[in-house]
Design a protein around this ligand. Structure first.
Ligand SMILES: [Zn+2]
Length: 237
């Protein structure tokens, strides 16, 4: 330990330069935790987040998990099995992972917004039955390359079902963020779509979209304020 020279006036305790909400991990200006509607979900949700995913402001993984009574987020690169993550035995074939490939739902089955695909990226037969078998959903959270790294490091994912999404409208992120996946959705939007459809509860989508809209509104507000404070010389308009 280094002895600090005694100062005449003791310095004030330093303010936390990075305060964040303990639940959602966001700066207070962007926290929408107090308005969260909790959902008692039957289809489980597991979000695996790459350790370098650092979108503290616009990331939605933690916010998504806070919505559900049956949801887990794990941060890491690899896990030996799905059972190890969950802490109990499970059949990986009853879990579906949101597939990263370039397959588009509309190109496979245009009348469906969730399509179960096989290892070759083709729609499986008996879609309804395949969807009914799903007990849990796995979402990979990170950039395109981070999500791909998670996919390649976890061989057990090959045993899971694969689903692709064909959302009717583009992501609510709009121009705020360039999304790498072909369906272009944020983690919260993908979870909303999957769980609402699988549980036949449109209110799940309504609740999650409401939170996401509030987050985006806060984000736009905060950034409009910081833009307004910027000196004129930075204004290129
Ligand atoms: Zn919060």
């Amino acid at each position: 330990m280094t002895e600090q020279p005694a100062a005449a006036i003791p310095p004030a305790p330093p303010a936390d330069p990075n305060p964040e909400c303990p639940r959602c991990g966001k700066p207070p200006a962007l926290c929408v935790c107090e308005g969260i509607v909790r959902i008692d979900n039957k289809v489980s949700l597991l979000i695996l987040q790459h350790p370098q995913e650092q979108d503290r402001e616009l990331g939605t993984a933690r916010l998504t998990v806070l919505h559900f009574t049956n949801a887990i987020i794990k941060v890491g690169l690899s896990w030996p099995s799905l059972a190890k993550i969950l802490g109990h035995p499970t059949d990986p074939q009853r879990w579906a992972i949101l597939y990263l490939g370039s397959v588009k739902a509309a190109a496979l089955l245009p009348d469906r917004d969730i399509v179960v695909v096989n290892k070759n990226g083709n729609a499986v037969d008996h879609q309804e039955q395949a969807l009914r078998e799903i007990e849990g959903i796995i979402l990979l959270d990170g950039t395109w390359s981070q999500a791909k790294a998670l996919w390649w490091r976890n061989a057990w994912m090959l045993k899971c079902k694969r689903v692709v999404l064909g959302p009717e409208r583009p992501s609510r992120y709009g121009r705020l963020r360039r999304e790498p996946r072909s369906d272009g959705l944020s983690t919260i939007e993908a979870a909303a779509m999957l769980l609402a459809r699988l549980e036949h509860k449109p209110e799940i989508e309504t609740a999650l979209h409401a939170s996401f809209d509030r987050l985006l509104a806060r984000y736009r507000e905060t950034h409009a304020v910081s833009r307004a404070r910027r000196p004129r010389r930075y204004n290129r308009a």
